[in-house]
Structures are given as structure tokens and as C-alpha cells.
Design a protein around this ligand. Structure first.
Ligand code: NAD
Length: 548
């Protein structure tokens, strides 16, 4: 297999920057520095793919190279199925991935269709060509801990201690996200290699010799208000109850062990070296023991809750597994979206991201500076942009992510377009976002858990979101099913818009980057959130039947 990497620089392979952008971002998703298993077209998230198979990959590439600016390519679950005559405001690509009629939307049926070559899993940004590597999870985790700081600790985690477990692919972002918010983190993992890896990649500051040493280090840092993250090797189902027994002054507790899969959670009393064999040969017995350990782990989390700590589930289903393990109070603490992220969604805030098609990191440095100048009053944003500039390694095309809200995103997009037009940036910029956004997803176990009006499973919103982005001038638009939480459990939409420096791009950017987060505001007004109604009133979002 030849290695796929996005082209860089100003020479076009396609006929315009709109289609060149789609081509480069499609290829960038499969860059070996970006994708988990590029040889299988898998970008991230288990089996999230960029194209259905290699013939589809080549056909999509060929079509994007030849597509005119009044044509639209249709992609059905990673396979190009048609090119239609449209117009220059229409998206150049429309994508529908993994969608099934609800009665058929389960894993066995999906896997049957996938094996027959009829569909593929698109995850969120794999099949919609706007994945940017682990920077995305780091920023989301930073934002979540920032929201915890705002809710309980006057906007900073300085002088607080967070205890969590799991230093894997996603969970490994936790220590850095806590220290970026100026706090102290104690992170537990059973696997010393995982702990070591986070140390080597500078996500973790220090590794303690044992629990006594770890406690001494974090309490000293907490007392002096010094940001610090300390890893310790141990089983969370033993360490957390021990911290509770010793009455350690913990302020925040969460968890990112891979609890969603009981075979990926190590039960107490099982040696690390025996894990894989035991799970493979006796999956039922292993599951029972893992759930019993998760029950002990979550019981300790609830113990900290009872003592006044801020405790939340970080999207890994540990509450459900602990309940299955016999602990009745597992759902005493909330999931992270209703607890912290929803107030941001009410303001149309979400994971805004962009990539430099030049391939030149200097272009991202210039956009970072532009963001700092545009939003000087936003201290949390400034802290993130500065620290990301210093600490985040780019994967594939240089890219940046930050959370911006309604009334902010279009200002950033228009500024980038001006910078392309003036030559300050060396090539166009693509502007997109994760599907995990304020108005683009219906997902009752995550983004729409516990909506105020009980509308968790209403999936009209992501469909309206995709339609309004299509009508507003986005360059490519996608509707997916299942990403993040699995088949049957979510519907979500994405958009990407190109800033190529032209006046037409400015018109499109202004509309898309206003209307796309606008969906978040009106979705939350509709569900009865006062903050969303205030934002709609203050910033002029027109809502026909709003009570206000
Ligand atoms: P991973 O498999 O890479 O890492 C899990 C880590 O947990 C491993 O390092 C493992 O050694 C450790 N571990 C397992 N059992 C343990 C125990 N008993 N005590 C201490 N450590 C233990 O997984 P990941 O990609 O880091 O994801 C972690 C979890 O977070 C998953 O369940 C995932 O679905 C969830 N997740 C949620 C969100 C979100 O909604 N915010 C985002 C990403 C991931």
C-alpha cells in the first residue's frame, strides 16, 4: 500500500480550492501520523473509516480532482455514488454515513451489511474528513475541566486536587488538561507502560514511587497552588477506596478507564500479565469480576461526592457497569454533558477547528495570534491557545481547535478569509468542527442526556442542522449515525467550509458560521434553557415561538 498524505503548498491537483480542500482533508484523515490504521482506511474510534474500501478511496480522489464548482459529489457510507449538477453556493460534497432505518439500527444488522460491502462506520469526523488527531480530545478535556472550574472553583483549578484513573489514548489527556487549568491531578493506571508513555509525551509531569509518595507530592502542590500532575500505578478499584479511607482532601473525581467494555477494565486481584488470556478464555467470569470492581470504584466516587467533592462520569459508562455490579447509588453523580457542557451549548459554543492547507505551521501560528486579538477578554481561550501553541504536536496538516460560540465563530472565519486574501496566510484554510457540537447531535447517552424537556431522543435537530448548512454555503456537509456511542444511539451532522480568500467565501462563511452555532442556541431555547433564551435575545437569534 502506498502511504497517503495530503498535498501541501499552492499547486492544485483539483480544479479549485473548494475541491482541493476536500481532497487534502480526505487524504489527511488517512495520513499515517493521523489515522490509527490507515492500511484499513480506519481513522479513529474503533472502526471509523474515511472511505468504504480502496476502490472507493481512489474513485473519491479522482472525482474530487475533476469536480467543477457547479457540481456536487454524493458519498453514501464511504462510496461515491453520483455527481450532480448544482450551483456554486451548493456544497461540493454531500455525505451520508452509517444511517439505518431505526428498527434495523443495531450492531448485528450493521455488521451484516458492512460485511456485505454495503455500508461503513463513519464515526464523527472520520467519514466526514475533518479529524485532526489527539488535539481534539485534549481540547475537549481542557474545556470540560475549565467548565468544572467555572462552576465550582471561581474559574480556575488552582489549589484543587483532581483524582482520576485511565491514562490510555483518550484518558491520557486528563493530566495535561488539569494542569492547563492550573490544578493538581493524581492519575491512576494499572499499566506502568501507559503511565510511562504519558510521561514521555509530556502529558504527565511526574510518576510517583507508590501511593504514599503520590499523596505527598499532590498535597504539597495543592497547598502551594502549583499546577502538577502525578501518575501512580495501581488499580483504581483499590486506590480510590484507600484515598477515601485516608480522608485525602480531594476536590474533583472522575474516571476514564475503558469501563464501557468490561473486558477492558482490570478487576482487583487479576495480574496485568494474565489480563488478556483471562478475558479471552473466560469472558463471562471476567465481566462479573470487572463489574464487582467497578462497583467498589464507583462506591468510592460516591463516597467523595458525599464529602462534597465534584464528581462526574466522563462518558465511559462506568455508572451503568457499576450498577450492573450491584452498586445501587451509581447514578448519584451526573454525566459530564448535563453537568458542564450544556451551559456552553446554550451559548452556541462547541469545538470549532481549522487546518492550514499550506501544510505550514507558521500559518496556524498566525491564526492563533488572530484569535487572541479577536477575543482579548476571553482568558480561558487565551490560556488554551498559548499552551496549545507550546505543547501540542501537529499530526498531518497543521490544525487548531478551540471552543467558540454564536456570534464568535463567523468573526474568526471572516478574519481567516481576509488573511488568506491579503497573503498573510500562505494558502487557504478549512474551517469545520466535531459533530459533538451544540446543535448538531441527538445522543441520549451523551450530548442530549437529561434534556430539560425530555427531548433526548428527538433526532430532527441534526437533520435540520445539515440542511441549514447546505443552504448556507458550506463546502461539504455530512449526516452520520452512531459515532462515539454506537449503532442505534445517535444521529449527528457536520460541516466544513473553505476560506480561500474570495468575496464569495466571505459571504458563505458569514452565513454558515452564524447559522451552524445558531442551531445550538435555538435547540436549547426549544428545550427550555433560560441561558439559551438570554443568548437568543442578546444576540438576535430569531425564534418564532419563543416564550420570551
Ligand atoms: P484506553 O483503552 O486507551 O485506556 C484505558 C486505560 O484504563 C488503560 O490505560 C488501562 O490500563 C486503564 N485501566 C483499565 N482498568 C483499570 C483499573 N481497574 N484501574 C486503573 N486503570 C485501569 O481507552 P481511552 O481511549 O483512553 O478511553 C477511555 C474511556 O473513555 C472509554 O470508555 C471511552 O469510551 C471513554 N471516552 C469518553 C469520551 C467522552 O465522552 N468525553 C471521549 C473519549 C473516550
Amino acid at each position: 500500500m502506498t502511504e497517503i498524505r495530503a498535498a501541501r503548498g499552492l499547486d492544485l491537483t483539483a480544479r479549485s480550492w473548494s475541491t482541493e480542500a476536500a481532497l487534502r482533508m480526505f487524504h489527511n484523515n488517512l495520513d499515517p501520523d493521523v489515522a490509527e490504521r490507515p492500511e484499513d482506511l480506519v481513522v479513529y474510534g474503533g472502526t471509523g473509516k474515511a472511505a468504504r474500501d480502496w476502490p472507493s478511496f481512489h474513485a473519491i480522489s479522482r472525482e474530487l480532482e475533476n469536480l467543477a464548482d457547479d457540481e456536487t459529489l454524493l458519498v453514501q457510507s464511504g462510496r461515491p455514488v453520483g455527481v450532480m449538477r448544482t450551483h456554486e453556493w451548493a456544497p461540493r460534497v454531500l455525505i451520508a454515513n452509517s444511517n439505518l432505518v431505526p428498527d434495523w439500527a443495531n450492531w448485528p444488522e450493521f455488521r451484516r451489511l458492512e460485511a456485505a460491502g454495503l455500508t461503513m462506520y463513519g464515526q464523527m469526523t472520520a467519514g466526514s474528513w475533518i479529524y485532526i488527531g489527539t488535539q481534539g480530545i485534549l481540547q475537549g478535556t481542557y474545556e470540560t475541566f475549565g467548565a468544572v472550574a467555572d462552576k465550582r472553583f471561581d474559574g480556575t483549578l488552582r489549589g484543587t486536587l483532581t483524582v482520576t484513573a485511565g491514562l490510555g489514548g483518550m484518558g491520557g489527556a486528563q493530566p495535561l488538561a488539569v494542569t492547563m487549568n492550573e490544578g493538581v491531578a493524581l492519575c491512576v493506571d494499572v499499566d506502568p507502560h501507559r503511565v510511562q508513555r504519558r510521561l514521555e509525551t509530556r502529558y504527565l509531569d511526574e510518576v510517583a514511587d507508590d501511593l504514599d509518595d503520590a499523596i505527598a507530592r499532590v498535597l504539597a502542590a495543592k497547598a502551594s497552588g502549583t499546577p502538577l500532575s502525578v501518575g501512580v500505578v495501581g488499580n483504581a478499584a483499590e486506590v480510590l477506596p484507600e484515598l477515601l479511607r485516608r480522608d485525602v482532601a480531594v476536590d474533583i473525581v472522575t474516571d476514564q478507564t475503558s469501563a464501557h467494555d468490561p473486558l477492558a477494565y482490570l478487576p482487583v486481584g487479576v495480574a496485568l500479565d494474565d489480563w488478556q488470556d483471562y478475558a479471552a478464555t473466560k469472558p463471562e467470569e471476567f465481566t462479573e469480576r470487572a463489574r464487582a470492581s467497578m462497583a467498589a470504584h464507583v462506591e468510592a466516587m460516591v463516597g467523595f461526592l458525599d464529602r462534597g467533592a465534584e464528581v462526574f462520569d466522563y462518558g465511559n459508562s462506568i455508572r451503568g457497569e457499576a450498577k450492573a455490579g450491584g452498586f445501587e447509588r451509581a447514578f448519584d453523580f451526573p454525566g459530564f454533558v448535563p453537568a458542564y457542557i450544556r451551559p456552553l451549548f446554550c451559548e452556541g459554543k462547541g469545538p470549532f477547528r481549522w487546518a492550514a492547507l499550506s501544510g505550514d505551521p507558521a500559518d496556524i501560528a498566525k491564526t492563533d495570534k488572530a484569535i487572541l486579538e479577536l477575543f482579548p477578554e476571553n482568558e480561558k481561550l487565551a490560556r488554551w491557545i498559548k499552551m496549545a501553541g507550546e505543547r501540542v504536536e501537529f499530526q498531518g496538516l497543521p490544525a487548531r481547535i478551540c471552543w467558540l460560540g454564536y456570534g464568535e465563530r463567523h468573526l474568526a472565519g471572516l478574519k481567516f478569509n481576509e488573511m488568506v486574501a491579503s497573503g498573510e496566510l500562505s494558502a487557504p484554510i478549512v474551517i469545520g468542527r466535531d459533530h459533538l457540537d451544540c446543535g448538531s447531535v441527538a445522543s441520549p447517552y451523551r450530548e442530549t442526556e437529561a434534556m430539560a424537556d425530555g427531548s433526548d431522543a428527538i433526532a430532527d435537530w441534526p437533520l435540520l442542522n445539515a440542511m441549514v448548512n447546505t443552504a448556507s454555503g458550506a463546502t461539504w456537509v455530512s449526516i452520520h449515525h452512531g459515532g462515539g456511542v454506537g449503532i442505534g444511539r445517535s444521529i449527528h451532522a457536520g460541516q466544513v467550509t473553505v476560506a480561500d480568500g474570495t468575496p464569495l467565501a466571505a459571504l458563505k462563511i458569514e452565513r454558515v458560521l452564524t447559522n451552524d452555532p445558531g442551531m445550538g442556541v435555538l435547540r436549547h431555547v426549544d428545550a427550555g434553557y433560560d441561558r439559551a433564551s438570554e443568548v437568543a435575545d442578546e444576540r438576535g437569534v430569531r425564534i418564532p415561538m419563543s416564550a420570551g
